[in-house]
Design a protein around this ligand. Structure first.
Ligand SMILES: [Zn+2]
Length: 489
């Protein structure tokens, strides 16, 4: 017999109760205000500048020297390049280097011509080694010295945070501040060693809230405080943080941003305030784009049939087993929805053959669990649409990867936050929303090469993305402080 588990130690963190109310995730969105126009990053940059009295500075002739850590698919470099393009001929971008160990991200960067000059594979090499393995040149490359290469203007890091990552099952049981954080260590070491003038750090919002979830030592303190404290220990920097949204994109993507500055004239708090003011004006004046503007027209549902067994070839006993599994998952899903008030007691469901799992080709070959989830969410959506008087709920999208008591569901043409494990199903289109479509929903181009990347790789890339709009708004205060943007008023 397995030994009895040890008694829970004092101060151990408990998994917080789900806070989701029995409402759709986009209950506050007014469908009539959604824009049917496709999002254009260049238009967004120019509109943001116009709206806020910003213009390219005609006297600024310089190169912006930047580098990054946990580069991912270098959204930072991509967005900055677009902004520099909008600034005109006089400003050049020197994207010195990044660091990224994920092979799928490396492949994506090389195929889409998005890599910085050098891409080091190990983040910790940058501050400690003179030479490091580089994925761009497939050899050891010299780590650009901040002395020889001139002063770094801006450094960006999307450090991996195991403190609050849903991929860390220990986050509810341990003093999370005691867990090793290699990319966080690397970020701090880079800043201390290279001393960029400015830095922008980014993480999930779990860092700043849900104290029970992200606390250090069970003392109820958000992990963010711990991060800020450690950054303030680097001499010469002011540090400030705030929360960002992805508005006006259809996808929800809130992020915690940390601004660092070594400039006395432009301290972190002021940069942060400028960002927040830009964000409020964008929220107030720009219409959110409808999800449909990100979807690929005529995408065939049959292309999503891969995986799973062919029902024509199943035996009677396989079939019975599959049906039994489906009913078990379906009833347990319904029970969770009832418990959470997402379905009323006595809610009547249509017979199995009339449910999406039987009618939609994209679902037919999926696992029993997946089909049951799709059906339970379908009923939750129907009920919520009726409750919230949504006349047209044909844009209904649900994250069916989540338990039926807490998975997010949108009815009005926006998308719930997608994580690396999300599976978003679109009921009118009768298909899953693809990773390339989610990429577009975060403000990136549809013309992107995903060749050679598995579905898992694609989902991981999209699940970790920072939206392009957040980056534009966060980078404006830095460009202004660096003299490339000026107030036109
Ligand atoms: Zn290189």
């Amino acid at each position: 017999m397995a030994p009895k588990p040890k008694a829970v130690r004092k101060g151990t963190l408990k998994r917080p109760a789900s806070k989701l109310s029995p409402k759709s995730h986009d209950a506050r969105v007014d469908v009539a205000t959604l824009s049917a126009e496709k999002f254009s990053l260049t238009d967004f940059i120019r509109a943001t500048w116009n709206l806020n009295g910003l213009a390219p500075s005609s006297t600024c002739k310089r190169a912006l020297t930047v580098s990054s850590c946990c580069t991912g698919v270098n959204s930072f470099g991509y967005v900055l390049k677009k902004m520099v393009h909008c600034l005109g001929q006089q400003v050049k971008l020197k994207d010195l280097f990044g660091s990224e160990c994920d092979k799928a991200c490396q492949a994506f960067l090389l195929r889409n011509n998005r890599a910085p000059r050098c891409l080091f594979e190990d983040a910790s090499d940058v501050s400690t080694c003179k030479q490091a393995a580089c994925a761009v040149h497939a050899r050891m490359c010299v780590v650009p010295s901040s002395v020889a290469g001139g002063e770094d203007d801006l450094y960006q890091s999307s450090f991996v945070c195991h403190w609050n990552s849903i991929q860390n099952p220990k986050r509810f049981q341990h003093d999370v501040t005691q867990i090793a954080q290699p990319t966080w260590e690397a970020t701090r070491a880079d800043i201390a060693a290279r001393r960029p003038l400015y830095a922008l750090l980014e993480n999930v919002t779990g860092l700043q809230r849900d104290p029970e979830l992200a606390a250090g030592g069970g003392n109820g303190e958000p992990a963010l405080n711990h991060c800020l404290q450690q950054l303030r220990e680097i001499p010469g920097y002011t540090v400030h943080s705030c929360e960002a949204t992805a508005h006006p994109l259809p996808a929800d993507r809130n992020r915690c941003l940390i601004f660092l500055s070594r400039s006395e004239q432009h301290p972190a708090e002021v940069l942060c305030q400028e960002f927040e003011s830009l964000q409020s004006s964008v929220k107030l004046n720009m219409r959110r784009h409808h999800l449909d503007t990100c979807l690929v027209a005529h995408a065939s549902a049959t292309s999503q049939q891969e995986g799973g067994s062919n029902p024509l070839e199943t035996t009677a006993s396989d079939d019975a087993q599959d049906a039994a599994a489906y009913f078990q998952y379906f009833s347990s899903g319904l029970e969770k929805a009832f418990k959470k008030g997402r379905l009323p007691p006595g809610f009547k469901v249509v017979p199995r053959e009339e449910r999406p799992s039987c009618k939609h080709i994209a679902l037919q070959k999926k696992s029993a669990w997946c089909r049951a989830q799709a059906d339970v969410y379908f009923f939750i959506g129907q009920f919520l649409a009726q409750q919230e008087q949504v006349e047209d709920s044909r844009s209904m999208v649900a994250d069916i990867s989540q338990s039926a008591d807490r998975g997010k569901l949108c009815l009005r043409g926006t998308l719930p936050t997608c994580t690396t494990s999300s599976t978003l199903y679109h009921y009118r289109l009768e298909r899953f929303i693809s990773a390339p479509e989610l990429f577009v929903a975060h403000g990136y181009p549809g013309q992107t090469c995903w060749e050679g990347l598995s579905e898992g790789d694609q989902r991981r890339i999209v699940g970790n993305l920072m939206s392009s709009t957040t980056l534009v708004l966060a980078l404006c205060p830095f460009l202004k402080a660096l003299g490339a943007l000026r107030s036109s008023a």
